[in-house]
Unconditional design. Structure first.
Length: 134
């Protein structure tokens, strides 16, 4: 099971992405965006509770399962962690349950990194545009 969400407000990045597609360098675009994806994943891992006295039930499985994978459309940042009975507990932690308050980490990680990630992506895309034009 995968949990997905959409974020808005990334129009400048989308415009540059289209410009790169128009210039014929879209295959290099995906790799140029990897640092932004890795930045978000790193912050997400930092926000997931680590095993220790403050979190006696944390195993590190959730944190260690956060991955960045490339597909035909770019990068997917996801977790496939499940608990001992196969339930995707990152969903329970992110949104809470009827007996447990939400302990979000994905949305705060995005909020913490979006500006820097977009800046990284824009710089990488600008470099590709300049390179493609000259």
């Amino acid at each position: 099971m995968r949990l997905s969400t959409e974020w808005t407000g990334l129009e400048p990045m989308q415009r540059r992405m289209q410009q790169l597609v128009d210039l014929g360098v879209s295959e290099r675009l995906v790799e140029a965006l990897r640092p932004s994806a890795e930045l978000f994943a790193k912050r997400w891992r930092e926000l997931v509770p680590a095993p220790g006295p403050d979190h006696p039930y944390a195993t590190g499985n959730y944190r260690d399962s956060i991955q960045v994978e490339q597909d035909e459309n770019g990068f997917i940042i996801f977790t496939d962690a499940v608990n001992e009975i196969g339930y995707p507990y990152p969903v329970a932690l992110e949104y809470g349950t009827s007996t447990m308050a939400a302990q979000p980490s994905a949305q705060p990680a995005f909020d913490d990194t979006v500006d820097e990630a977009v800046d990284l992506a824009l710089v990488a895309m600008d470099e590709l545009i300049i390179e493609a034009m000259f």
